[in-house]
Design a protein around this ligand. Structure first.
Ligand code: SF4
Length: 349
């Protein structure tokens, strides 16, 4: 299969030109057509010689993201189900905030991590996305926003899949997104979220980027976390906390912990106290409490509002900065993987 045009970084295009005996400024022209003018064919790259356009056509392909479903929430969130060239379906979400448009991207078709509260993992992992297929989600979102004169201002890698299980593609995607000759999204406006793949937390800390990291912790101890997230059996809680400490010390950046509150499971005052104790060890951190989304195939129920506030008060009593995630798109099955799961179910019938 031919590589995607969006697979190559700026440096990758420079290298390709060199290997093909072409001047390096052509790389800049291609980057401009792809990410500034956002054209979708080689034919449209009118300042490139015909021979070069033909060579590109022979060697690369554009990503086809066919929209198969779209859901719009009252709060402006738009969720897309896209079909890839091989018919697999992925989700991409555009969220409207007061500070701009944030896009949540998918990095894998399905997921093998098996978090018990998540719809994305129900059918297991089908395959990793190529870097270009992750990039295409942002280009598509930007094309849609172009129509209303707006731009993608931030990115969260929190869609379907565990990004650290597709590490190299994720890093290539980040390099393309943040390049100043392309979409030029600020590194501090990008967040990568992991379920806790410990070796890659160390690796990511050593990348020396300004990109934000979020850890899906969801439990305050080893036993409960193993029940909710099988990944904890492979990378135990204590090892995860050690890796988090390394990340903060190495980068000097604040780490976010995502904690999905599940009624009667991990949302009791004693859980908040235990979590506060654990996080005392991490000097720069922040907890984002997420009222769990209801997933039909799963049994979890929502924590009552007053209990969410009580949980927050306990963490704050221990001087842990805590926010409650604003619910977005709750009227449109906005939890990760729900739209895709529904689609898979329908296509089986
Ligand atoms: S929460 Fe993320 S890591 Fe866990 S199963 Fe779902 S997609 Fe995979």
């Amino acid at each position: 299969m031919k590589p995607f045009v969006y697979d190559l970084t700026w440096e990758g295009w420079q290298q390709w030109m060199k290997e093909n005996g072409l001047p390096s400024f052509r790389a800049g022209q291609i980057f401009d057509w792809l990410y500034v003018k956002r054209v979708e064919s080689f034919e449209a790259m009118t300042n490139l010689p015909k021979a070069l356009r033909e060579k590109l056509e022979e060697e690369f392909q554009f990503v086809t993201l066919k929209e198969i479903a779209q859901q719009k929430s009252k709060d402006g969130t738009v969720k897309f189900l896209f079909e890839l060239g091989d018919k697999h379906a992925i989700e991409t979400v555009i969220m409207k905030h007061s500070y701009g448009n944030s896009v949540c991207v998918t990095t894998q078709v399905g997921c093998r991590i098996g978090c018990t509260f998540c719809a994305s993992t129900l059918g297991g992992l089908k395959r990793n996305l190529a870097p270009g297929e992750i990039v295409a989600q942002i280009v598509k979102a930007q094309q849609l926003l172009d129509a209303v004169g707006e731009r993608v201002s931030s990115i969260v890698i929190m869609g379907i899949g565990e990004p650290f299980e597709n590490y190299d593609a994720m890093m290539t995607f980040l390099r393309i997104m943040t390049h100043n000759k392309g979409l030029n999204i600020g590194q501090r406006h990008i967040t990568v979220s992991t379920s806790g793949i410990v070796p890659h937390i160390y690796r990511f800390a050593d990348e020396e980027t300004q990109i934000c990291l979020a850890i899906s912790i969801h439990a305050p101890n080893d036993a409960l976390r193993s029940k909710l997230m099988p990944v904890n059996r492979r990378y135990p809680f204590a090892d995860l906390i050690e890796a988090c400490k390394y990340y903060v010390n190495k980068t000097g950046r604040r780490l976010t912990f995502e904690y999905a509150l599940m009624g009667g499971v991990n949302d009791q005052p004693e859980h908040a106290e235990e979590l506060a104790q654990v996080l005392q060890e991490i000097p720069l951190c922040h907890v984002n409490l997420i009222p769990v989304n209801h997933v039909v195939e799963r049994k979890f129920v929502r924590t009552p509002r007053e209990d969410i506030f009580a949980f927050q008060r306990i963490l704050e009593k221990h001087k842990i900065n805590t926010t409650i995630r604003r619910e977005q798109g709750s009227d449109i099955a906005a939890a990760c993987g729900q739209l895709r799961a529904k689609h898979l179910e329908t296509s089986k019938r």
